[in-house]
Design a binder for this molecule. Sequence first.
Ligand code: ZN
Length: 278
Amino acid sequence: MKIKLWGTRAQVPTPHPDNQIHGGNTVCLEVRVEGAPTLILDAGMGLHWLGDDLLKGDFGRGQGTAHILLTHVHWDHIQGIPFFTPLLIPGNHIAIYGPDTELASQLLAQMHTTFCPVPNFFTEGIGAEIVVGEVQASEFTIGNANIKTSPINHWGGAKCMGYRIEADGHSIAYLPDVEYLEEAHRQQVVDLIAGVDLLFHDAMLTADEYPQHRGRGHCSIDDGVDIAVRAKVGRLVLFSHHPDRSDPEIENIVTTCSGNGVEVEAGREGTEYVLQRD
Ligand SMILES: [Zn+2]
């Protein structure tokens, strides 16, 4: 299994000189599994650059298949979709799944010509074959990839889902936006992520910042470390960085997290992880 980070930032893109290392695009992960189509976790602005990369291969010839798994439909998780060029190429097959029965109408809303400067490939019969649907099962397969899901506590009207992907004897979990307001919220996450090799976890707020934001959908980074230790994950990748957090500040956070019983690093845009059988 290969995982590449195309966007690591929460809320808004931050193309700032102080963010060159960890990146400024909003969240998007590419997951490659042998014997499965291209898997994509969330569709922030990083999706645009992933699209450009995919065009160099099958997607540029109209022969690509991708499945996009959305955690929820807050802007920073869907705004890359109108700018995902493989959607404009006939012959490609793109499936988009999320936790809400209203997903299709939610995605259509952001394509309205009042807001959106590109053709509406959902309704105009141009480009790729597109399927949009609700994730209806807590466990399913896409090719050789086994996907597990769980509802996750986040904020507002958006239903939110966490994902676990298993393949080739390895596993990752993805929870970019989550808050733990009660033990049940923690337990549902621990059950989903138990023992994964890599956990990509919400890192929006420090423990000092959290009290002023309690109830707004994001936990503290210390909560992320606690969950990773409790679930015995292999490595915690701090992810979904606050838009105002500079590279030196992020590295400082990693240092303070070290020595707490789990290997910790900060997600960097462009990083590729390769999980191979021994
Ligand atoms: Zn969110």
